[in-house]
Each structure stands twice: as structure tokens, then as C-alpha cells.
Design a protein around this ligand. Structure first.
Ligand code: NDP
Ligand code: 2IT
Length: 459
């Protein structure tokens, strides 16, 4: 056999392995399109890794990594303000604990189902590995819609949710945090209920806590800031910076708010943001004070922004936001919010960089469009890892019963984002995908987890 034929054979063997395992995943998890989407993206990147290191195939690492260690679903009954009993479905997927306790957020949104939680949990395994910190992957939530609910309803729902979840979590077992629909208020109620059930103060069981009871400074800002730090690293590589650039950010929740704040601090003009009803365009640059007041304090709709800023415009519907010309686009709302058509418009308008603040906000067609046109692309598991990284720093502070200053945590966050960028670039180069951070991040995260799994035997 010639050397060339041998290389081709190894490649074909790796491709066949990836395809066969992907078919099994689809069959075993029918009708879970978001889960299939994220598994396919990760698996496809890994072909050259298996070609070089057949031990991962021999050890059936893909078969094992795509099967959660544990999936928990449970009934969440609660009483609404009218005295009526309501029932929601709660989830926790404990996906992989090879490098640390399960770690990942909780999402409260009516669209939550097994596919959504599994896609988020699978993504979290590799994201958490990329941070370089000892955290495994997990995710949870409920199909509960917080919109229009009173504070009392939110508390009763959240307490009922924790009554069941508390059996399955702990500071060395599984450490949830926030995600869509779960912010400081919900984490407070969750923590209070857990403490009451256990009868002891285990600060490290949840992250994103208030500063007065075990939270870490910079955690609120970490995902948004981290996404912008990541974009800054990508821009630096080609001699650009955020200064003077025009930025569009989708969403107006936790990630978006602090992405807007950091981009503006670094000299960018952020001209648009959105919520699930529509988007605002403010050519003067968004007033973040107004956005914070509307969304963080009053829990109102983004359309009300134009009442205070009549020169700005409001547009109904979310997808039109990507037709606003910009240098940098930061999708920070939800999955699959940029499809191929939106990506084509962004490219035609001269976009230079994309930073995925949300999880899987770009469809695979959109990602290909960006990569084809050499738009800098920061994939979610790398670009938005700052949130979970600071969560791990919160756990470290809780274990040692000390707290660091805002500046200390922010400095560590910047260093972590730079490290994630560098390790993704290097893995991409090492495995034949120069400049492709999607593949680089998948590979760097995968190798760390796979090696730990092999070291720990068949479990
Ligand atoms: P929030 O609930 O604070 O904000 C979500 C924002 O996105 C809101 O403006 C919301 O609008 C909008 N939105 C939510 N769902 C949809 C939808 N289906 N269509 C259009 N808009 C929608 O959540 P976060 O900011 O915490 O999370 C945003 C994204 O970032 C998610 O993908 C999450 O998984 C990801 N992420 C979050 C991290 C964190 O630390 N919080 C860490 C890493 C990633 P409305 O106000 O109308 O509901
Ligand atoms: O998607 C994510 O990384 C998060 N929602 C944050 C998870 C965490 O544990 O801080």
C-alpha cells in the first residue's frame, strides 16, 4: 500500500466512524433537531482528530460522549395568582463529568424541551473544557414562560422546581446557574429554597448569586464582556479594533446588555438591539441606561425605548435587525437567529466579525456563508465561555471563603478569553483548518474531555 493510499484509508475510516455514530445519535434521539444540529457540527470537525489518533475510535469516545450520563425530567406543579394549579416540565441533563462536576445554566422558556436542553448540555461539555477550569457539562430548565408572571408566581414556580432539582445537585455534584429567563431574581429564590431543604449553607451549589450572599463580582457582566474580549482578540489578529466600529447586538437580556456595555467602553457605536417582539435602531448609539431601566428594572418591552428617544426607530419582528449595516454583529438572544439569508445580507453589507454571545445563534448555513467569505467568526462555545468561566471562579471563591475584587476577576476573565482564542487557533492549525475557529474550538475542547475519559476507564 502506498503512503497516499494509507492516508486516504485512514481518512475514510474516520469519516465512516463519524457518520455511523451520528446516524446512531439521530436514531436514538428522534425528532431532536437542535441536538442533531450541534452534534453534527462537533462531529464533522473531529474527522482529522480520529485520523491522527485512532485510539478515540477504539475507545468508542463519540458513542459515549453523545450519550448523557443522566437525563432527569420531572413534574413542576405550582399555584398561580388565581389559585389555579399549573403544571410544567422540568429538566436536568447531566451530560459529562470527566473533568469536573456537571456545570451549566437553567433556562425558563416555553420552547424548552429535551432537544433544546440536550443541545445546550452537549455544547457546554466542550465550552467548559475550553475555559481550562475543572467543570463538566450539564444544562437544565423548564417549559415555564416567565413573561407576564407576578413576582409571587415566579417565586412559587421556582421553589417547586428546586424541590425536585435539589435531589440531584450539590457543590461537588452539579452546579446550575442562569440562562434565558433565569437571572439574579430566580437564582436568589432557587438558592433560598435549596438552603431551606438541605438545612445548611452550601454556597457553591449555584452560581450567579447576589454579591451579598456568595456571588462573584463580574459574573453579571462576564458573558457579554467575554464575548467582546474574544472579538477583540480576533480583530487584533488582522490589525483592527472595536474603536470606531459600528456594532449590532441582538437581544436585550443579560448577555446583550453587557456586550453592549463593553463594546461601547472600547469605542464602538452600538446602533441596534432587540427583544423577542422586535428591534430598535438608534443611529446615535444606543442609550444603555434606557435599555437597563426598561429590561432589568421595569421588565418592559424594547419598543418603549423610542418613547424616550424619539429619533430612534422601532421595527416589529426580530430577523430584520441583521439588515442594518455593521462592522461587527453579536447575536446574543437565542439559537438559530441568523440563518443563511441573514448571513448573506450581513456579508453583502461588509460585516467583518461575528461573535456568538448566544448558544448556537447561527445555523450551519450561516456559519458556512461567513467562513466562505473570510468573515472573522467566534463560535459560541469559545466566544461566550466567559460566563461559565466566571461561574467557576465563583465556585473557587466559595470554596476558599474569600472574594476577589471586580478588577481581579475581570483580569482573570480577559486572560481566560485570550487563552481560549489561542488554543482554538492552535488546534485549528494543528488539524488542518487554519483560521477556522469553529473547528479549532471543537477540537481543543474535545481532546481535553476525551483524554480524561480514557484515563478514567470505561464508565
Ligand atoms: P435573557 O433571558 O437575559 O435574555 C434573552 C434575550 O433574548 C431577551 O432580550 C429575550 O427577549 C431574547 N429572546 C429570548 N428568546 C428569544 C426568541 N426565541 N426569539 C427572539 N428573542 C429571544 O438571557 P441571556 O442573556 O442570559 O441569554 C441569551 C443567550 O446567551 C442564550 O442563548 C443563552 O443560552 C446564552 N448564554 C447565556 C449565558 C449567561 O451567562 N447568561 C452564558 C452563555 C451563553 P424577551 O425579553 O422578549 O424575552
Ligand atoms: O450557556 C452558558 O454557558 C450559561 N448559561 C452559563 C452557565 C454557567 O454555569 O454559568
Amino acid at each position: 500500500m502506498t503512503a497516499i493510499t494509507e492516508i486516504n484509508e485512514k481518512r475514510i475510516q474516520a469519516e465512516d466512524y463519524v457518520q455511523a455514530v451520528f446516524e446512531t445519535v439521530k436514531k436514538r434521539n428522534p425528532n431532536e433537531s437542535e441536538f442533531h444540529q450541534v452534534v453534527k457540527e462537533v462531529f464533522d470537525s473531529l474527522v482529522p482528530v480520529f485520523e491522527k489518533n485512532p485510539v478515540y475510535m477504539e475507545q468508542s469516545i463519540l458513542e459515549r460522549i453523545a450519550e448523557p450520563e443522566r437525563v432527569i425530567t420531572f413534574r413542576v406543579p405550582w399555584v398561580d395568582d388565581q389559585g389555579k394549579v399549573q403544571v410544567n416540565r422540568g429538566f436536568r441533563v447531566q451530560f459529562n463529568s470527566a473533568i469536573g462536576p456537571y456545570k451549566g445554566g437553567l433556562r425558563f422558556h416555553p420552547s424548552v424541551n429535551a432537544s433544546i436542553i440536550k443541545f445546550l448540555g452537549f455544547e457546554q461539555i466542550f465550552k467548559n473544557a475550553l475555559t481550562g477550569l475543572p467543570i463538566g457539562g450539564g444544562k437544565g430548565g423548564a417549559d415555564f414562560d416567565p413573561k407576564g408572571k407576578s413576582d409571587g408566581e415566579i417565586m412559587r414556580f421556582t421553589q417547586s422546581f428546586m424541590l425536585e432539582l435539589s435531589r440531584h445537585i450539590g457543590p461537588d455534584v452539579d452546579v446550575p446557574a442562569g440562562d434565558i429567563g433565569v437571572g439574579a431574581r430566580e437564582i436568589g429564590y432557587l438558592f433560598g429554597q435549596y438552603k431551606r431543604i438541605r438545612g445548611c449553607y452550601e454556597a457553591g451549589v449555584l452560581t450567579g448569586k447576589g454579591i451579598g450572599y456568595g456571588g462573584s463580582l463580574t459574573r453579571t457582566e462576564a458573558t457579554g464582556y467575554g464575548t467582546v474580549y474574544f472579538v477583540q482578540e480576533m480583530l487584533k489578529e488582522i490589525g483592527l479594533s472595536l474603536k470606531g466600529s459600528t456594532v449590532v447586538v441582538s437581544g436585550s437580556g443579560n448577555v446583550s446588555t453587557y456586550a453592549i456595555e463593553k463594546a461601547a467602553q472600547l469605542g464602538a457605536k452600538v446602533v441596534a438591539c432587540s427583544d423577542s417582539d422586535g428591534y430598535i435602531y438608534d443611529p446615535n448609539g444606543i442609550s444603555l441606561d434606557t435599555v437597563k431601566k426598561l429590561k432589568e428594572v421595569e421588565r418592559e418591552r424594547i419598543r418603549d425605548y423610542v418613547k424616550e428617544h424619539p429619533h430612534a426607530e422601532y421595527f416589529e419582528g426580530c430577523s430584520g435587525i441583521w439588515s442594518i449595516p455593521c462592522d461587527i454583529a453579536l447575536p446574543c438572544a437565542t439559537q438559530n437567529e441568523i440563518d443563511e439569508a441573514a448571513a448573506e445580507i450581513l456579508v453583502a453589507n461588509g460585516v467583518k466579525a461575528i461573535g456568538e454571545g448566544a448558544n448556537m445563534p447561527c445555523t450551519s448555513g450561516a456559519i458556512n456563508e461567513f467562513l466562505r467569505n473570510t468573515v472573522l467568526f467566534g463560535p459560541a462555545k469559545a466566544a461566550n465561555a466567559g460566563g461559565v468561566a466566571v461561574s467557576a471562579l465563583e465556585m473557587a471563591q466559595n470554596s476558599s471563603r474569600i472574594s476577589w475584587t471586580f478588577e481581579e476577576v475581570d483580569e482573570k476573565l480577559q486572560q481566560i478569553m485570550t487563552n481560549i482564542y489561542r488554543s482554538s487557533v492552535k488546534a485549528a492549525e494543528d488539524y488542518g483548518y487554519p483560521g477556522n475557529l469553529v473547528a479549532g474550538a471543537n477540537i481543543a475542547g474535545f481532546i481535553k474531555v476525551a483524554d480524561a475519559m480514557i484515563a478514567q476507564g470505561v464508565i
